[in-house]
Design a protein around this ligand. Structure first.
Ligand code: AMP
Length: 354
């Protein structure tokens, strides 16, 4: 990984910071937010300059850098440094560049890149979250022990691709591709909430942690194709007889709010996950999301943590019912830019960039 000394050296040579990200995922929000906070922006386009920004002028980056591939981007550190760029990672950025290249990418990057090692490996993620006292869906070690409905995920498959539900061992055998490594979890029955947090290690006041502050910026739920609307065609069981199986590919997001009496629990979970991250790897800085299911016992089970801006925050470019109570009009993208502005003013950029 790029050392803190090297990042400090690079920052020493910078003029005004330019906020850069890959043109995808939550880039509209990141550019819009950066502009609101007075930063210049750079859109990194893979293949060709995308036309879709012309439809959204308030979120169009000031400049574009076009590269042929993520591999080329990984090798474009010098060019980006010459432009005084700070990279804001999002899901697609890290996923397509690859964790290894992302860790070596010699461009100051918002957040703590050390989180990757704990997030990318499902086993390490479980160690981290469990140590934080967060309840996760139970892991079923051997398929032969399947004694209830389960959710099966293939390693490295993102966004629900390839995942499937099996109600018993026989169904598991029918559906599994044993050629790929997989994990089996109990299927948690309940309602999903994707909780958007922001952890500021340099924040003061507010919901205070041992160091810095935690903010809760909003909630969303994902639209997943085809599971979410397949009921229109019939019950899952009868559809299976026609060879139609549920899939979990994210196609969009819907806004939601949480029952208010659950908010303290949501905040406490966020708090414990951050505190444990400070202990384990120096802290998960900036936006993160706990992907949860709330059971009818009003109990949270966390099936995943995403340690950067999630696309569900795109719902709230002009603020959410919760971020409005912190500051009207504050999106997660804008919050990232605000953090950089604050850190610059206080000479604390090295606390939030790696
Ligand atoms: P993931 O691959 O972890 O992002 O999960 C994709 C989708 O599968 C989620 O949005 C949920 O709808 C569902 N899901 C994941 N894990 C579980 C689980 N243990 N129980 C029930 N549903 C789950």
């Amino acid at each position: 990984m790029v050392t803190a000394e090297r990042i400090a050296e690079i920052l020493d040579g910078y003029d005004d910071l330019v906020i850069a990200t890959v043109c995808s995922h939550s880039s509209l929000q990141i550019f819009h937010g950066a502009r609101m906070e007075g930063f210049k922006t750079l859109g990194i386009a893979i293949g060709a300059r995308p036309k879709y920004y012309d439809a959204f002028p308030a979120a169009r980056p000031d400049d574009f850098m076009v590269v042929d591939s993520y591999e080329e981007l990984a090798g474009s550190g010098d060019e980006l440094k010459d432009m005084s760029a700070v990279a804001v990672p999002h899901g697609s950025f890290v996923e397509y560049m690859g964790a290894e290249a992302f860790l070596k990418f010699e461009v100051p990057t918002f957040g703590n890149r050390r989180v990757i090692e704990w997030e990318a490996d499902r086993e390490k993620q479980r160690v981290w979250l469990s140590a934080a006292g967060v309840d996760m869906p139970e892991k079923i070690e051997r398929p032969e022990s399947i004694d209830r409905p389960v959710f099966v995920k293939y390693h490295g498959a993102k966004g629900g691709r390839g995942s499937f539900i099996a109600k018993n061992y026989d169904e598991f055998l029918q559906l599994v591709d044993k050629g790929q490594p997989y994990t089996i979890q109990e299927y948690v029955i309940g309602t999903r909430y994707y909780i958007h947090f922001f952890y500021s290690p340099i924040g003061e006041g507010g919901y205070a942690l041992s160091r810095g502050t935690l903010e809760l910026l909003g909630f969303d739920r994902r639209d997943e194709s085809n599971i979410d609307e397949m009921y229109k065609l019939g019950a899952q069981e009868s559809l299976k007889r026609l060879g139609i199986y549920p899939t979990f590919i994210v196609t969009g997001n819907v806004p939601t709010v949480l029952r208010e009496s659950l908010l303290p629990m949501a905040l406490e979970m966020g708090e414990r996950v951050v505190e444990k991250s400070l202990e384990l790897f120096g802290g998960m800085i900036g936006p993160f999301c706990l992907e949860t299911i709330v059971t009818d016992q009003l109990h949270f089970k966390v099936f995943e943590v995403s340690s950067r801006i999630v696309a569900g925050t795109n719902l709230y470019i002009s603020g959410s019912p919760y971020s409005d109570l912190l500051e009207p009009g504050m999106s997660t993208g804008r919050r990232i830019a605000r953090e950089m502005k604050l850190a610059m003013k206080r000479g604390q950029l090295l606390d939030i960039l790696t």
